[in-house]
Design a protein around this ligand. Structure first.
Ligand code: NDP
Ligand code: MG
Length: 397
């Protein structure tokens, strides 16, 4: 029985993780859950899963829950609460599925406490990959990276949940990363890849209508701009310690091949399945075990065709911005991520056009003075600075 803490249990990944826990009742005990503002769903989840610890977005909600549940449940709040939950003594595995840069606090806390992390949140690794990998090196006293198992450990510190990274993780199992020629990250291309649309006229509803995946709003917009693929390339670089010139991106509209690894001997190993996040969520939680799922089985004979093409960087400037930032890294990744979070939020609130998203990000990136060898405080400062600057740009649109 594994004790599971889910940070972000009221979100798309969190809800699917609870489905996995329901499905594997005799293997998984839900020990902790958290929401930010959705206190109603959180209470339903408390009733069903009876966790020992819960975290809310603010102290007002936490006080209300403390009165309601008396001393039966430990109730925490805010970023500090997330960090406490991530290092909770009873937790065997911590699923970090909060959205945005805020994931950095529980990620660092879990690593310091020696917990195994199932990582869905991509923003934390994007903004602080060097810091996280340095922390892991100190912890294990050997060269390692987020998704690599240190020699003496059976389970790595971080097991990816993002479907592409889960695929790569599974393709790399028992392989020497020095024998990797290329990681091939795939992406569906989102709702607008093949369409001839005027980007300035795209509505929020159209952008939220992803052809393959049902996800939270922020990642769905990132998937429509292809910023998500840019973030995933950066995530893969830090997760597997592979240089950027060995990470390729292919557009694959069917979302059946979730990513591939090409080895030096010209073999290519890929992971194929129907698109369903419960698969990589379950694998990350139960790793190294595999259990049956209720996921629709893949029948390749029904799939007709699998297409692959190179990405169009001209049509999707957010992807280009992310790939350019990746080359510099350091505090620039934090600025890219924070300005994107602000721009996407503004688009969702109908304050800017879809075609303004990349303009806001680019203007902020151009003003940033990169700090070499940043420590965590520099990353957090760059993040805060970029949010302020991006809000100014939003107001100018
Ligand atoms: P959602 O928006 O659906 O859910 C986000 C969760 O985080 C909710 O529980 C939300 O609480 C909570 N939350 C939001 N803001 C904060 C905050 N400031 N502090 C603490 N908790 C917060 O997102 P997704 O589930 O879609 O995505 C979660 C992460 O996983 C993202 O980083 C995304 O990129 C990544 N991911 C998601 C995939 C997917 O299929 N959805 C696929 C691959 C990666 P509340 O509900 O109360 O607001
Ligand atoms: Mg993904």
């Amino acid at each position: 029985m594994k004790n599971l803490v889910i940070l972000g249990s009221t979100g798309s990944i969190g809800i699917q993780a609870l489905e996995v826990a329901r499905h594997l009742k005799s293997e998984i005990k839900v020990t902790g859950i958290s929401s930010y503002s959705n206190i109603n769903l959180l209470q339903q989840q408390i009733k069903e899963f009876k966790p020992s610890v819960v975290c809310t977005g603010n102290e007002t909600d936490a006080t209300y829950l403390r009165k309601k549940y008396k001393k039966n449940i430990e109730i925490l709040s805010g970023n500090n609460g997330l960090s406490v939950m991530a290092s909770y003594s009873e937790a065997d595995i911590v699923l970090i599925s909060v959205v945005g840069a805020v994931g950095i606090y529980p990620l660092i806390s879990a690593i310091k406490a020696g917990k195994t992390v199932a990582l869905a949140n991509k923003e934390a690794l994007v903004i602080s990959g060097d810091i996280i990998n340095k922390l892991l090196k100190e912890q294990f006293r050997e060269t390692t990276c987020a998704g690599c198992a240190p020699k003496l450990a059976v389970i790595p510190a971080i097991i990816p949940v993002d479907s592409e990274h889960s695929a790569i993780f599974q393709c790399l199992k028992n392989e020497d990363t020095k024998k990797v020629k290329n990681l091939i990250v795939t992406g569906s291309g989102g709702p607008f890849y093949k369409k001839n649309v005027d980007f300035s006229k795209i509505t929020v509803e159209e952008a939220l209508n992803h052809p393959r995946w049902r996800m939270g709003k922020k990642i769905t917009i990132d998937s429509a701009t292809l910023m998500n693929k840019g973030l995933e390339i950066i995530e893969a670089h830090y997760m597997f310690d592979i240089p950027y010139n060995k990470i390729k991106l292919l557009i694959h509209p069917q979302s059946i091949v979730h990513s591939l690894v090409e080895f030096v001997d010209a073999s290519v190993i890929g992971l194929f399945s129907m698109p369903d996040m419960r698969l990589s969520i379950q694998y990350a939680i139960t790793y190294p075990e595999r259990y049956p799922t209720n996921i629709h089985p893949l029948k390749l004979e029904d799939i007709q065709k699998l297409e692959f093409s190179k990405p169009d960087l001209k049509k999707f400037p957010c992807l280009k911005l992310a790939l350019d930032c990746a080359k510099t890294g350091k505090t620039l990744n934090a600025v890219l991520n924070a300005s994107n979070e602000v721009a996407v939020g503004a688009f969702l609130h109908k304050e800017i056009k879809f075609s303004d998203i990349h303009k806001v990000i680019e203007k902020v990136l151009n003003r940033h003075k990169v700090i070499s060898k940043p420590v965590l405080e520099d990353i957090l400062e760059a993040d805060a600075w970029a949010r302020t600057e991006a809000k100014k740009e939003v107001n100018k649109c």
